[in-house]
Ligand binder design. Sequence first.
Ligand SMILES: Nc1ncnc2c1ncn2[C@@H]1O[C@H](COP(=O)(O)OP(=O)(O)OP(=O)(O)O)[C@@H](O)[C@H]1O
Length: 267
Amino acid sequence: MALLELRDIEKSFGGLRVLEGVSMTVEEGSIQGLIGPNGAGKTTLFNLVSGLLRADNGTIVFDGTDITDRAPKHIARDGVGRTFQLTRPYPGMTTQDNLLPGLVYAGGYDRVSEARARALELLDLVDLADLAHEESRDLTMSEQKRLEIARALATEPKLLLLDEVFAGLSHEDVARQIELIDGIRDELDVTILLIEHVMEATMTVCDRVGVLANGTIIAEDVPDEIVHDEQVIDVYLGSGRDEVGTGADSDATPDEDVPETGGGLDG
Ligand SMILES: Nc1ncnc2c1ncn2[C@@H]1O[C@H](COP(=O)(O)OP(=O)(O)OP(=O)(O)O)[C@@H](O)[C@H]1O
């Protein structure tokens, strides 16, 4: 069953047509990737789904309900959680307290004592329980990225939108992040849609991947098909083709750095 369905979504900023008829579905229980050149409109799509922006045309259906014109707070309460590309913990708050607004605002926790207990469980899940009482601004980048995920989970989502949660991480931290995302799907029963430029990680963790370019979805398939799709290679993967691995069974995975590709069209 489709948990999220986008139908013919259009969005312009002034004279700039960013999305020109985007249709895609995210199946319940899946980890779906969304890749595409810089400026293709991936974050714009997240902003539309989470209600921060309004589509000019088209329909967004989440869990059987039309949420196209809903306010962000209602969409969060309906069960769509998200992270932001730039992590932004509440300054001056501990790691644990950073989760409380989400738990109370959208997670359905009225009692602070229960919210605090749930916050600790979520911090444990993202491997930050030891840092629960540290000020969030003292966390490393990798820890802040995991806190960002925990903050999104605090809203108790059915669908989690992850915006570049592998960017800038070491090879080791990328592997840990992949494990975490798998765990969120399997243990919390959360469906995941993720935007990413780190191709090896994307192709490893995702069940299916959609490619956004030129205002539309130009391909949508399992990772192994996407990395061999000529059109996708032309507009996005480009010369990074030989560096794009699909995980353990790939015959083209480099053993040094995790490849990051943003080639192809810019802007
Ligand atoms: N609020 C806005 N006002 C005007 N233009 C915007 C706005 N938000 C996004 N844009 C423009 O829309 C286009 C798509 O931006 P968006 O951030 O969605 O792309 P993206 O695919 O997420 O890119 P990246 O991979 O670099 O993060 C860009 O040209 C961007 O400058």
